[in-house]
Design a protein around this ligand. Structure first.
Ligand code: CP
Ligand code: NVA
Length: 306
């Protein structure tokens, strides 16, 4: 059976841990992934802009010996009304895998149902699994087994990144606090899935509306834009207490690590000052997308198919 990666739960917690641990050896050069994509072509179909996801996947596919083909959705007949399922069935006859960034999670689910090759989610309105798998790797690389004892706090909009971080915390057994303005809480399905996994793994997930209470003694603070791609205008006033600035950081541990999936809107969810002080960690976070996605691709393409 083909292996999709639409949400983190498409792999088991054990498989996700295996990828994270393997990535450490891959990055250190202890383990070589070889060329599992030799002779294979992977299509990328994006309806939204991308810097990190697109480039890290294309470079990673090349390094694994494969060929990547990038399409804006407007280049394909689906933009003129061709059925999504026909697009999925056609592409499956040519390529060995498809990586999709789409405004609609449902579109992606529909596409993957009809594709006979593996489909990877490169971000939808609901989730961003490659990002969060990579971010959990970054924490593992930094803190090792201590990762489970960290207080990780997400501050800001309860968006796709937040939804997936909740599921990731549940699957990896992490302690996660989420602070969003009222009315901008994460999606209930992802929250429930996160809680269900947390029961099995010993993780803790708490969602609240008070950023100061949430960041108290935090080891890690994670934020993302207040307006995600494809969203209309929002009342940003309600987000202001959720800005990651020096004042908010004063409640966290002194050596708190600040994470941002990027792109950042400085002056909104994070100040320029806090961003620059943490730039090295934030760009390591971005760099790790390459290593984690290579390990993921190798896993999806060379592990025995069930
Ligand atoms: N973090 C992330 O997915 O970045 P891009 O939108 O640049 O791909
Ligand atoms: N929440 C952001 C993440 C960008 C990587 C967005 O969807 O625009």
């Amino acid at each position: 059976m083909k292996r999709d990666f639409i949400d983190l739960w498409d792999l088991t917690p054990e498989e996700l841990w295996e990828i994270v641990k393997k990535t450490k050896n891959v990055k250190k050069g202890i383990e070589n992934l070889g060329k599992p994509l030799e002779g294979k072509s992977i299509a990328l179909i994006f309806t939204k802009p991308s810097t990190r996801t697109r480039v890290s996947f294309e470079v990673g596919i090349y390094q694994l010996g494969g060929n990547s083909m990038f399409f804006q959705e407007k280049d394909l007949q689906v933009s003129r009304g061709e059925d999504v399922k026909d697009t999925a069935r056609t592409l499956s006859r040519y390529v060995d895998g498809v990586i999709v960034r789409n405004h609609s999670h449902k579109w992606l689910e529909n596409f993957s149902e009809f594709a006979s090759v593996p489909v990877i989610n490169a971000l939808t309105d609901m989730s961003h699994p490659c990002q969060i798998l990579s971010d959990i790797y970054t924490l593992y690389e930094t803190f090792g087994e201590e990762i489970k004892n960290l207080k990780i706090v997400y501050v800001g909009d309860g968006n796709n990144v937040c939804n997936t971080l909740i599921v990731g915390a549940g699957m990896f057994g992490l302690k996660l606090f989420v602070a969003t303005p009222e009315g901008y809480e994460p999606n209930l399905l992802y929250y429930k899935r996160g809680l269900d996994f947390a029961k099995e793994t010993g993780g803790e997930i708490e969602v609240m509306n008070n950023p100061i209470e949430a960041v108290k003694d935090a080891d890690v603070i994670y934020t993302d834009v207040w307006i995600s791609m494809g969203e209309g205008e929002k009342d940003l006033e309600v987000f202001k207490p959720f800005q990651v600035n020096e004042s908010l950081l004063s409640y966290a541990k002194e050596d708190v690590k600040v994470m941002h999936c990027l792109p950042a809107k400085k002056g909104q969810e994070i100040t320029e000052e806090v961003f620059e002080k943490n730039a090295d960690f934030i760009f390591t976070q971005a760099e790790n997308r390459l290593y984690v996605q290579k390990t993921l691709l190798a896993y999806i393409f060379i592990e025995p198919q069930a």
